[in-house]
Design a protein around this ligand. Structure first.
Ligand code: AMP
Length: 450
């Protein structure tokens, strides 16, 4: 266990860190420090609350020397205006005794004021992706001097639909730079982004769960495929006393919609759903109804469920097995809170068995497998991504994109677009052009359908 003294920080930074009054670095701070100093690309998997902000700010500030150039050298991207403000505050408290400038820019406010601020020069620029890009294309902001790029809460950013803006920003940066990324959950989109833009990144992960494992009773079922999983879930849910407040996790919005539609027949009035393509009002309604007990089943994607404060959940159902063990830890941590014993059930297919083993290795605990109930029907219907593909490699999700582009896939895609409710994850996202248009498009499709 290290102390902040072991970081050997320059006096000014060390004093500022000491004034924050923390005893010792958190695990993510300890792990990230030397990696960031080494200059390697880094991916950190850590939730808010782990101390991840200081984990990258401290090593970055340690290396940042005074300079009076105009163009920023450090760029920090965050998904929301609130996070920009918070980040600038953090930087200001750490640079109290240093001669370092930090500036925050975000959408929804007058761009001209921000242009002027940018023109005055800064060392660190903290920004939301849309506004940053708008500033860069006006030519006021030069990004060629960026030596280190941090993307924080990247899972939320991608879930909000900011991939195009992020890609555009990458195009404006010099190739030689250090990339640092933090995400609370790993999603397929995050993985693709890393593959596309990062150079052999060092991965650091902090598996946190608010609940000690012994508080959670874990079980699992091996299930043939998606539709059989629906049959099994539907069967389990018939026991209304036992399954009285159930949070069902599923990785993708597309499959969340599909599951919701299929459950509707039996449990329509008891189930609700949230993911980032549902409008803000729709999501608030779902959460309230679930919290009050009007709906006893909530279907949620990993990213969306993160910020929810839900009490007394009897069961967390892992409808699919997360490919990243940390996501499983986040999921099951939603039950068994406040001294209560929680229960969690994992559904895994043959393909997902390896992911289950990875989770077990992380926990040093085996998840017992229950016998598949005889009275549950085994479906032979397959999702496009479950169908065998030529050259099938380890990641089934990716194969879908490349190889499974038959008519059924397109049909389903269109159908999903129609069922989406438009809007976006946070009200704040409205200020960005792209997501708004996408939301509008969905909204239009939806009204045409009616
Ligand atoms: P973050 O995960 O970066 O959002 O930080 C969560 C909270 O942890 C913030 O309020 C920080 O001030 C606090 N924090 C950061 N580093 C430490 C530390 N080493 N010890 C205790 N608290 C910390």
């Amino acid at each position: 266990m290290s102390t902040f003294e072991d970081f050997n920080l320059p006096k000014q930074l060390n004093n500022a860190v000491n004034e924050l009054g923390f005893d010792k670095p958190t695990p993510i701070q300890e792990k990230a420090y030397s990696v960031i100093l080494s200059g390697k690309d880094m991916v950190g998997i850590a939730q808010t609350g782990t101390g991840k902000t200081l984990a990258y700010l401290i090593p970055i500030l340690r290396d940042l020397k005074f300079a009076d150039q105009i163009n920023p050298r450090i760029l920090i991207l965050v998904p929301t205006r609130e996070l920009v403000l918070q980040m600038v505050e953090n930087i200001e408290s750490l640079t109290k005794y240093m001669n370092i400038r930090a500036l925050g820019v975000y959408g929804g406010t007058n761009i001209n004021t921000q242009k002027k601020a940018v023109a005055q020069g800064t060392d660190i620029l903290v920004a939301t992706p849309g506004r940053l890009y708008d500033l860069a294309v006006t030519g006021v902001l030069q990004l060629k001097g960026i030596k280190k790029l941090v993307i924080d809460e990247v899972d939320v950013m991608l879930d909000l639909g900011f991939r195009p803006q992020i890609t555009n920003i990458f195009d404006l940066l010099k190739e030689r730079r250090q990339n640092i990324m933090f995400s609370a959950t790993m999603t397929e989109e995050v993985d693709v982004l890393i593959d596309d833009f990062f150079t052999i990144p060092a991965k650091i992960s902090i598996a946190v769960s608010g609940t000690p494992l012994e508080n959670i009773e874990q079980k699992s079922y091996q299930v043939k495929n998606f539709y059989t999983k629906i049959n099994l879930l539907s069967h389990l849910l018939t026991d209304r006393d036992e399954f009285s407040k159930v949070l069902v996790f599923i990785s993708t919005k597309k499959n969340a919609d599909k599951l919701f539609e299929d459950l509707e027949e039996d449990y329509g009035h008891e189930a609700c759903i949230i993911h980032s393509n549902k409008s803000q009002n729709y999501r608030i309604r779902s959460i309230n109804q679930f919290d009050k007990g009007t709906n006893r089943i909530l279907i949620a994607t990993d990213v969306m469920a993160r910020g929810l404060d839900l009490e007394k959940i009897t069961h967390v159902i892992n409808f699919d097995t997360p490919g990243y063990p940390e996501n499983y830890m986040h999921r099951i941590g939603r039950t068994g809170r406040a001294e209560q014993k929680g229960k969690t059930i994992l559904f895994f297919t043959e393909k997902e068995a390896e992911s289950k083993s990875a989770i077990e290795r992380l926990m040093s605990l085996e998840i017992p497998v229950l016998e598949f109930p005889e009275d549950v029907q085994r479906s032979s219907e397959l999702l496009p991504e479950e169908r065998p593909v030529i050259g099938d490699v380890k990641n089934s999700h990716r194969n879908v994109k490349v190889e499974d582009r038959g008519p059924a896939f397109h049909e389903k895609k269109l159908e999903n677009t129609k069922t989406n409710q438009g809007g976006s994850y946070l009200r704040k996202a409205k200020k960005y052009k792209k997501p708004q248009k996408r939301g509008d498009k969905r909204q239009n499709l939806k009204s045409k359908k009616r």
